[in-house]
Each structure stands twice: as C-alpha cells, then as structure tokens.
Design a protein around this ligand. Structure first.
Ligand code: NAG
Ligand code: NAG
Ligand code: NAG
Ligand code: NAG
Ligand code: NAG
Length: 466
C-alpha cells in the first residue's frame, strides 16, 4: 500500500516538473530574454528546449521503470512485514509528499544549493542503459545520482543560478564479463570527450577550470580508472579532472594518488527495492541463526599479479582458517538469494577485494547484520554522518587469523548494543540511493556534502566579492 502511495507521487512529478520548466522558459523569454543574450555560444537556447524534452522523456522512462518494478514487488508476500518496517516507510512517504509540495524546504536545509545537470548526448549516459545491469550493479551510483538529481529540489534549469554542474557520464556500464568486471579502459576518453563537449556548448567550465563541476567515479580506484592498484596509481587521476569534485566509492585515510582531488566518499549502489523485498521476508528483528557470514571470491592459491595478491590474501586466510568451522558460513559461489543469508546473520564479513570497499558494507548495514570491516585504512562513506564506530566491528588485516576470538568477544560483550544502533532506520537508510531524495538517504548525504563545498561555487564567490 505504501509502495502504491509512493508510486502515485512519482507518477505525478514528471508533469509538475515539465510544467515548471515550461513556465520558467516562458517567463525568461517574456522578460526580454534575460537569459539568452548573456549567452555567447549559439545553440544554447536550442539545447535548453531539447533539455526539457529530454527531461520529460527520461522522467517518463524512469517512472515506467518504477511502475514495472513496483508490479514485480506487489506479487511478493507482504504478510511478514513488521510494524517497525512499515512505519518507517509510511513516515518516509509522508516526508516525500511534504518535500514535493514545498520546494523551499530542501533548499533551506541545503543553504539554497542549486545544481545544474548537463544535458549530454545519450552516448555518454542513457545509451549504456540498454544493458539492464547498468542501472543496478554495484557501480550504478553513477546512474542513481543522475536520476535522483533530476527530480531533486536542488535541481535548477537555469545554469546561471547553479552552484554546481553535474556531468552525467556513465563509465562503469561496459561489462566485459558476466562476473561484473567492468571494462573501464574507455573511461578517460569518454569523460575527456564529455568535458570537451561541455566546454564548446556551455560557458561554465573555463571560468572555474571545472572547480564547480561534479563527477561520479564509482569503481575500484575512483578516477584513476583501473582495477589494479599499481596500474591505477601509475596512471593517476587525469589532469582534466584534478580541479573538480569527484563522488567516489574509493577512500583511504592515508595518502593515496587516487584521491588527490576534492572528493566525497559515497556508498556503492545497492537496490533499495531489493533490500525492501528481503526485509519483507526476513524482518530486521528476526532470528539470526548464522554467526558469521561471507559469500564471495576466496582463492585457495591466489595468483601473483605483478607482485599483488587478490584481497592481499586476507580471503585466502579466511577460507584456510575457517572453512569447516561451524560458526562460519563461508561460500565461494554466486547465489542470487545471498541477501536472505545476510538477513539471517549476526556478523557479515566485509574483507577487501582489489580495492578496500565493497557493496557488502551497504547490504550488511541495510539488512541489520553487523559489518566486520577487514580493510586497513579504509575511509568509509559519509563518515561525518554515519556513526561507523557504533555500528560495525573493525578487524586489522593481519588479525584475520584471530577473527573467531574477536567476534566471540564482541558477541559476549556488546553485540546487542551494536545491533540496536544498526536497527535505527536512519542508519540503515543512509547508504541507499532512493528513487527520489529522501531525508537522510544517500543522495541527501551527497547534497549535504556538496553544501559543505559551496565555497567552490563560482556564483557564490562572485556574489560575495561584489
Ligand atoms: C502538501 O502535502 C500534504 C500532504 O500530502 C497535503 O495534505 C497538502 O494539501 C499539500 N499542500 C499543497 C499546497 O499541495
Ligand atoms: C516550507 O518549508 C519551509 C522550511 O521548512 C517553511 O519555513 C515554510 O513555512 C514551508 N511552507 C509551506 C507552505 O509549508
Ligand atoms: C566495451 O568493452 C569491450 C570489451 O572490453 C571493448 O572491446 C569495447 O571497446 C568497450 N566499448 C567501449 C565503447 O569502450
Ligand atoms: C610476485 O611476483 C613478483 C614479480 O611479478 C615477484 O617479484 C615476487 O617475488 C612475487 N612474490 C611472491 C610472494 O611470489
Ligand atoms: C564494543 O566493545 C569494544 C571493546 O571490547 C569497543 O572498542 C567498542 O567501541 C564497543 N562498541 C560499541 C558499539 O559499543
């Protein structure tokens, strides 16, 4: 029922937005073209109109996507929906309706933050969505953030009032293998070409050398665009991105060439619909009969790839030491229903892979399983708002052999309080990208992080120096 309510609102939005956009266009032309003469580049007004058309079409497309998603979920049993779960989503639906009819509300919270989303040719973004996995895989925050910004109250259609410019390039979509290993070799040239396009078509890049432009780099080593750390480091961040803001899944607390750019650590993408469906079957307060869970690649004899071993051999050690231990439920093969296993577990292991971060962090938190983070020096997403120390257990890579003792100790002392902290719906929602911005969700936290960087806004610095 709540789902239905939300969906109706979503359906209503495109029309409202389209109307708003049209009104805005009419008033700008009527007022003697306040906007148009300022533009030196020809073709901008044409792009403006095309943008409206594109926005309406894409919103139509997204809402029909949501509707089909919704129908899918409706067929699933909802009898086990717990009351806490229900009230969480009910209050979110209420919040959403308030946000929709009061556009100043989010604006006030984010200090009037305004973001202009570039209208790029589809070869930079929506063309990639022909591969369905592009909008759901673990790197899909690049898609989710773009979509959500387009319906956010922070969106502006007037680039002259924008604080930030979002450049929607999907670089993680091209999969070479079914294992989800992305082919990101084309990322540099695709982004470089998008920047060239933006520089020719709009007048905003050069005035700040990209400092108020925002990109998403949601794969292993962020804007170094390579899966192998040594190659990533030697390639480095391309010069054309160095002055911008990068929303990235990669982050470490120590110096690292792949984060030498203004950045925000964001969570990897996990579908909120999938999480909701799992929670309907296994409520957050349900029985957890698995002590420690991990499903994923654990090589018995990891290959030495130019001097590096997958997971720095942490996963090999995990398998060697705890395979066969009754407290540990370790699986090496893929299983589509793995979220139900997370929902049944007390501790969920989140060891590093090639990069320190993992989607397991998000799934564990969202499903109320205590994440056991084994990735030295990792900088966790939104660590200024998510109370990581209170909701997770940290184990040093070198201590993986003592994991059972460490977890037994936590279970005997403060597991209950960690679980209680995890059950707070605000915590569980903080890492999920909802279809529309919701209070405290991942996009909300992105907006909040950008608000903290408003000093980089060209528009604001000009206003304050006048
Ligand atoms: C705003 O939303 C609330 C809750 O859905 C509704 O009761 C109210 O009538 C709306 N106000 C306007 C002006 O649309
Ligand atoms: C909209 O939200 C702002 C900020 O929360 C509030 O000050 C204002 O009164 C609200 N307006 C309406 C019509 O509800
Ligand atoms: C996508 O990946 C394949 C395999 O790596 C590659 O051959 C192809 O050129 C890539 N496509 C683009 C547009 O880069
Ligand atoms: C891994 O391979 C590199 C050469 O690529 C070699 O120098 C190093 O000794 C190897 N390490 C181990 C532990 O085998
Ligand atoms: C759990 O206990 C450990 C010490 O055994 C402590 O370091 C940690 O902060 C505690 N966590 C919580 C959430 O209470």
């Amino acid at each position: 029922m709540v789902e239905h309510q939300q969906q109706q609102q979503i359906k209503r939005v495109p029309r409202a937005r389209g109307f708003y956009v049209r009104m805005k266009l009419l008033s700008t032309t009527k007022n003697g073209g306040r906007l148009v003469p300022q533009l030196e580049k020809k073709g901008f007004f044409y792009r403006y109109c095309k943008w409206v058309l594109w926005l309406s079409l894409s919103l139509y497309f997204f809402s029909s996507f949501l509707i089909s998603n919704h129908n899918e979920q409706q067929n699933k049993p909802t009898t086990s929906l717990s009351t806490t779960h229900f009230s969480t989503f009910a209050s979110r639906a209420l919040f959403e309706s308030a946000a929709i009819n009061n556009t100043t509300q989010q604006g006030a919270l984010f200090d009037g933050l305004k973001i202009y989303v570039y209208d790029l040719p589809p070869k930079y973004n929506t063309d990639w969505l022909k591969n369905e996995r592009c909008s759901t895989h673990l790197f899909a925050s690049e898609v989710a953030i773009h979509r959500t910004l387009l319906t956010s109250d922070a969106l502006t259609v007037d680039p002259y009032e924008a604080d930030f410019f979002f450049v929607p390039v999907y670089v993680s979509c091209n999969f070479s293998t079914i294992n989800g290993f992305p082919a990101i070799g084309h990322a540099r040239s695709l982004i470089a070409s998008a920047i060239d396009y933006v520089r020719v078509e709009y007048p905003f890049w050069d005035r700040s050398h990209g400092a108020d432009h925002v990109f998403v780099a949601a794969h292993d080593f962020a804007s170094c665009f390579h899966t192998m750390e040594d190659v990533a480091i030697s390639d480095g961040i391309p010069g054309f991105l160095k002055n911008s803001i990068v929303l990235q899944t990669f982050g470490v607390k120590h110096h690292h060439p792949c984060q030498e750019v203004e950045n925000v650590v964001i969570p990897p993408y996990v579908s909120p619909g999938k999480v909701r469906a799992t929670l309907e079957k296994s409520p957050i307060t349900g029985r957890r009969d698995i002590f420690a869970f991990f499903r994923g690649k654990m090589e018995v004899h990891p290959k030495n790839i130019s001097g590096r071993f997958y997971s720095k051999r942490v996963r090999t050690e995990l398998w060697r030491k705890y395979n066969g231990d009754r407290r540990f439920y370790l699986q090496r093969h893929r299983f589509a229903g793995y979220q139900s296993e997370i929902a049944r577990s007390k501790f969920c292991l989140c060891p590093l892979g090639w990069a320190p971060w993992s989607p397991r962090l998000v799934e564990s938190v969202a499903l109320g399983c205590v994440p056991v983070i084994i990735a030295d020096g990792i900088r966790l997403p939104f660590d200024d708002v998510v109370p990581w120390a209170e909701i997770s257990v940290n184990v040093a890579e070198k201590d993986v052999g003592k994991l059972a003792e460490i977890l037994e100790h936590v279970a005997a002392t403060n597991l209950t309080s960690i679980q209680k902290n995890l059950r707070d719906p605000r915590v569980r929602g903080a890492l999920l990208f909802s279809d529309r911005v919701q209070e405290g969700d991942a996009t909300w936290n992105v907006l909040s992080a950008l608000t903290a960087k408003l000093a980089r806004s060209h528009r604001r610095s000009r206003v304050s120096s006048q």
